[in-house]
Design a protein around this ligand. Structure first.
Ligand code: KIV
Ligand code: ZN
Length: 515
């Protein structure tokens, strides 16, 4: 590996999926994996295969299709988890087992209830087991930034001896600060005699808003050559270091960082949108690189400067990261081939002929309501298509609602459950409230509505509304996303999407919360 190459390890589908409500289906994960591969991410952490059968199948499916990126799976440091990982990953052209165990005093004593010697032994056994099956093994000492340095050195030296090829230092709770974290990596590399036999990596959480800064300090000060990150900074609690910020920082400031990635940055915005649409985690407008305002020059002085010379206020261009100007791409008269061709151009590949046919039908329905169809509309449409599985429990058949000033809004909905149509009506404080109450009168889910948000997919009043609904029940949190030119219909679709996820009863383990 070139000394100057920075490996980008994406963990959107593993750590990102650990955010409450961000769980993804196998097909959704496949779409994200394809987008990451298209972006030329070096390593894609596809999931935690021992978490559930669903996660195992998703990792196996991704391992089966990705050709140009290494596919990794996270495994706790025990034979069962690692064997599950090996079984899920072994079909990949290039694969990596990522195993971890906590090494900080508080995690070892309170969570693992293990002595440091036991942790050391378990770490060695895990890496040995993984190395017997796979030449590419990554080891992470969880809560590394709060571990005692002498103990950390012993563990890391031992696992490198066992054959670990990447050593990843997690700042699990987002406690690190840049200078100190960079020096920690430098210190470990200089104190551990066999440190040059492994690639050094970091994995930073954003609890104090320093995940990106800490990761970059590890590169600059510590000599780390892999960064673990996620699209849109998704991840546990406040999230992980954001991939788009890392990639554009080292690219824009190559003069300073002196490292480069192999990423195709023009895929950043489409991938960000895809992840946001699939998970229902919207991107704040002022988010660096991928926020809607990231390249908007609102003030007169800035606009004037940009018109005279772009570089006055722009350090990178919108096109560099894949923003396309809102372009009318298709309309009512566009045919199947034009639709398919445009999907290809924006990097969307559907699983089957049937999926193309269904998506085309939805496109025609949309074109009946909306004269100008933009790329963003197509992305919203296919994201929804992929989120609808044929065995979904609840289907929206039809709905209507009436509201007016001084009148109490009223909604009527018809849902289908196992082929049988069910009808309910309700009043509510507003049309959305009335619609949700009518749906609940049928579904009786008993779930709490934790979040309701609406975004316009494109500009103007003709835009589709994209709604996210987050429901919680018995400690489980799920998100549903719906898009339509009618925001009440979009709301109903989102609510029903979330209900269907609750019905799917997939129970997943969180690798870091349970043993
Ligand atoms: O934050 C963390 O410590 C992790 C590890 C499992 C890498 O996600
Ligand atoms: Zn993490």
């Amino acid at each position: 590996m070139s000394k100057h190459k920075l490996i980008i390890f994406d963990t959107t589908m593993r750590d990102g999926e650990q955010s409450p409500g961000a769980s993804m289906t196998r097909d959704e994960k496949l779409r994200i994996a394809r987008a990451l591969e298209r972006m030329r991410v070096d390593v894609i952490e596809a999931g935690f295969p021992a978490a559930s059968n669903g996660d195992f199948e998703a990792v196996r499916a991704i391992a089966g299709v990705v050709r140009d990126s290494t596919v990794a799976g996270l495994c706790r440091a025990n034979d069962r988890d690692i064997q599950r990982g090996i079984d899920a990953l072994k079909g990949a052209r290039s694969w990596r087992v990522h195993t971890f165990i906590a090494t900080s005093p508080i995690h070892m004593e309170k969570k693992l209830r293990m002595s440091p010697e036991q942790v050391l032994e378990q770490a060695k056994l895990a890496v040995r087991y993984a190395r017997n099956a796979c030449p590419d093994v990554e080891f992470s000492p969880e809560d590394g930034s709060r571990s005692e340095i002498d103990f950390l050195c012993r563990v890391l030296e031992a696992v490198i001896d066992e054959g670990a090829t990447t050593i990843n230092i997690p700042d699990t709770v987002g406690y690190a600060v840049p200078q100190q974290f960079g020096e920690l990596i430098r210190g470990l590399r200089s104190r551990i005699p066999n440190s040059d036999k492994a690639v050094w990596s970091v994995h930073c959480h954003n609890d104090l808003g320093m995940a990106v800064a800490n990761s970059l300090a590890a590169v600059m000060i510590g000599g780390a050559r892999q960064i673990e990150c996620t699209i849109n900074g998704l991840g546990e609690r406040a999230g992980n270091a954001s991939l788009e910020e890392i990639v554009m920082a080292v690219r824009t400031r190559k003069d300073f960082f002196g490292v480069e990635t192999r990423l195709d940055a023009t895929q950043i915005v489409p991938t960000s949108r895809l992840v946001s649409q699939i998970t229902g985690f919207t991107v704040q407008p002022n988010k660096a690189v991928v926020g809607a305002n990231a390249f908007a020059h609102a003030s007169g002085i800035h606009q004037d400067g940009v018109l005279k010379a772009r570089q006055t206020y722009e350090i990178m261009t919108a096109e560099d990261v894949g923003w396309t100007t809102n372009r009318i791409v298709l309309g009512k008269l566009s045919g199947r081939n034009a639709f398919r061709q445009r999907l290809k151009e924006i990097g969307v590949e559907l699983e089957s002929e049937d999926a193309y046919n269904k998506a085309f039908q939805r496109f025609k329905d949309l074109a009946d309501k909306k004269t100008e169809i933009f790329d963003e509309d197509l992305l919203a449409l296919v994201a929804q298509e992929a989120g609808i599985s044929s065995d979904e429990h609840w289907k929206l058949v039809t709905m209507s609602q009436a509201s007016g000033m001084g009148e109490r809004p009223h909604a009527a909905v018809v849902l289908k459950e196992n082929g049988a149509e069910k009808h309910a009506e309700s009043q509510g404080d507003g049309p959305v409230d009335a619609t949700f109450k009518a749906i609940e009168a049928i579904a009786k889910s008993g779930a709490d509505l934790l979040l309701y948000s609406v975004n316009a997919v494109t500009q103007g009043t003709e835009s589709q509304g994209e709604v996210t609904v987050r429901l919680g029940r018995g400690g489980r949190i799920v998100n549903g996303v719906g898009a339509d030119t009618d925001i009440i219909v979009a709301s109903a679709k989102a609510y029903i999407g979330a209900l269907n996820k609750l019905e799917s009863k997939i129970e997943r383990l969180n690798p870091q919360h349970q043993l």
